[in-house]
Ligand binder design. Structure first.
Ligand SMILES: Cc1cc2nc3c(=O)[nH]c(=O)nc-3n(C[C@H](O)[C@H](O)[C@H](O)COP(=O)(O)OP(=O)(O)OC[C@H]3O[C@@H](n4cnc5c(N)ncnc54)[C@H](O)[C@@H]3O)c2cc1C
Length: 368
């Protein structure tokens, strides 16, 4: 099968690394709806300006060689029987001998009114850029002579979801905003809320990790609301319910990291799935009823894997303490795709440093 047509759908951790590892075997086609890979664990550092876009979101053209055919566009339909994939913007379907599905997940707004329309997701580089702009914009609107309580009101940000993402994001946001308050000599403090429907943050992560997380939230002045549900999201407010009492809070932005669901492309695929729509795979990642089709990453479920691997790129490890940041950068350098990219980024982090970039007024942000 040296000439097998191998079509990979999705260029994230699963798809890109499959393409890189298969380079030279078969005719590989990588179909993606973005022109770049994203090292998502460092999206928080992109928000804070500690890393640059090229560090964590290199273009595919810089990562794969000419042996991999790159196809740009969203896959709209997969016909497992006819072994064809239909991609937006391409008249002809892509035929395959072997198919690798790695389209990942998408934000789950859980049907909450206004959530999809008004809250910001946090999964892509453009989402982090939009959030940063929103923070700068909100800061730019606060006059230095505003009473502290009004400044706090105007600089209230809600993060929905108290999982690992919500915690990491909220602390980064709070640190950036407090720093901006000081630099701009604004009165009072900003307000960053985490809204969590469960009775604690980082559910399922163990007591030791929770202690580290709670300390970090406290140090960053993040306000945590547990046993609290989001009822509605509006353009400038969020309504939450706690103990059956509803409260409307004015917000500069609501960021939704309150859940992930399987890509809609997979929802429509008729193969055995779990209740959460994850594709059931064998140990080889093959779909048992279609042996030439592989599913991996956030869309796949292998029942003998404990804990389940979907939803993580690394199967999860947590660090705390003063060396954690250095360890994180060092560890992540080694996990970037391709040696060439690792060397460039590693050198940049080592020689140029990785400090947060302050939230400066919009004109200066744009011209930097
Ligand atoms: C902000 C953030 C931080 C994270 N931090 C961590 C962490 O610290 N540790 C950890 O283990 N995990 C982390 N994760 C989870 C981790 O990123 C995922 O588990 C991992 O990316 C899953 O890999 P994947 O290949 O299944 O999907 P993805 O990496 O999401 O890749 C899916 C790819 O498919 C493309 N695509 C989607 N639909 C289509 C379509 N219709 N046609 C063509 N292409 C399509 C997407 O653009 C994307 O390139 C984080 C996730 C996020 C969002």
């Amino acid at each position: 099968m040296a000439d097998a047509r191998i079509v990979i759908v999705g260029g994230g951790f699963g798809g890109l690394f499959t393409a890189l590892n298969l380079e030279g075997s078969g005719q590989i086609t990588l179909i993606t709806d973005e022109d770049h890979f994203l090292f998502s664990p460092m999206l928080y550092e992109y928000l804070s300006g500690e890393v640059e876009e090229w560090h964590i979101a290199p273009k595919y053209t810089e990562l794969v060689d000419e042996k991999v055919k790159l196809v740009s566009g969203a896959t709209r339909q997969i016909d497992l029987g006819a072994q064809k994939v239909i991609v937006e913007g391409h008249n002809e379907p892509f035929e395959y001998d072997v198919l690798v599905l790695a389209v990942g997940g998408t934000t789950n707004y859980r049907g909450v009114e206004g959530a999809e329309q008004f809250s910001l997701p946090f999964r892509k580089i453009r989402h982090a850029a939009a959030l940063r702009s929103r923070m700068v914009d909100a800061l730019d609107r606060v006059a230095p002579d505003l009473p502290p309580q009004d400044a706090r009101d105007a600089l209230t940000f809600a993060v929905v979801g108290g999982g690992a993402s919500g915690v990491e994001l909220s602390t980064k946001m709070a640190d950036l905003l407090r720093d901006a308050f000081k630099r701009r000599a604004l009165p009072g403090e900003p307000r960053v809320l985490v809204i969590e429907m469960g009775d604690r943050v980082v559910p399922g992560m163990g007591e030791q990790i929770r202690e580290v997380v709670e300390k970090a939230l406290l140090e960053s002045h993040v306000e945590v609301h547990t046993l609290t549900c989001v009822v509605q999201v509006g353009e400038h407010a969020i309504t939450v319910a706690h103990n059956e009492v509803q409260t409307e809070i004015n917000t500069a932005a609501v960021v939704w990291v309150g859940g992930v669901k399987v890509n809609p492309l997979i929802e429509n695929l008729e193969v055995p799935k779990t209740r959460n729509n994850l594709i059931r795979v064998a140990q080889t990642l093959q779909i048992p009823s279609f042996q030439n089709v592989f599913a991996l990453g956030d869309i796949a479920f292998y029942e003998s894997a404990t804990p389940t691997l979907a939803g993580t790129a690394t199967a999860g490890k947590a660090f705390g303490g003063p060396l954690a940041r250095q360890a994180r950068f060092a560890m992540y350098t080694g996990r970037l795709p391709t040696w060439h990219h690792r060397l460039r980024v590693g050198a940049s982090w080592f020689f140029e440093g990785t400090v947060p970039r302050p939230l400066l007024p919009l004109g200066i942000e744009r011209n930097r």
